[in-house]
Design a protein. Structure first.
Length: 118
């Protein structure tokens, strides 16, 4: 099994920044992709950003391009999401996902709340 734990959420004013962290533990050898999704109030869960573990190829939703940056630390099995220029519409629960593509397995964290408000 793989355990995924997010941290770093909180309350921030519009225009501010936050950095989320996500650590994977357990049987992580098959994990080849990690990323972030979010679910705002009354909305479906949506893709935010993912990164491949070996090469570090990153992908972003159009709504966060230029503002969010995903990165990884392979030695720590940790992925980060640096969020800048935050907007009220970024308010959501942010979930981390670790993926084992070969076996089509996804592991999700419990989520961390991000609230952007003045």
């Amino acid at each position: 099994q793989v355990q995924v734990v997010e941290s770093g959420g909180g309350l921030v004013q519009p225009g501010g920044s936050l950095r989320l962290s996500c650590a994977a533990s357990g049987r992580t050898s098959g994990i080849d992709n990690m990323g972030w999704f979010r679910q705002g109030p009354g909305k479906e869960r949506e893709f935010v950003s993912t990164i491949t573990w070996s090469i570090g190829n990153a992908d972003y939703a159009d709504s966060v391009k230029g503002r969010f940056t995903i990165s990884r630390d392979n030695a720590k099995n940790t992925v980060y999401l640096q969020m800048n220029s935050l907007k009220p519409e970024d308010t959501a629960i942010y979930y981390c996902r670790a993926r084992n593509t070969r076996w089509r397995l996804d592991y999700w964290g419990q989520g961390t709340q991000v609230t952007v408000s003045s």
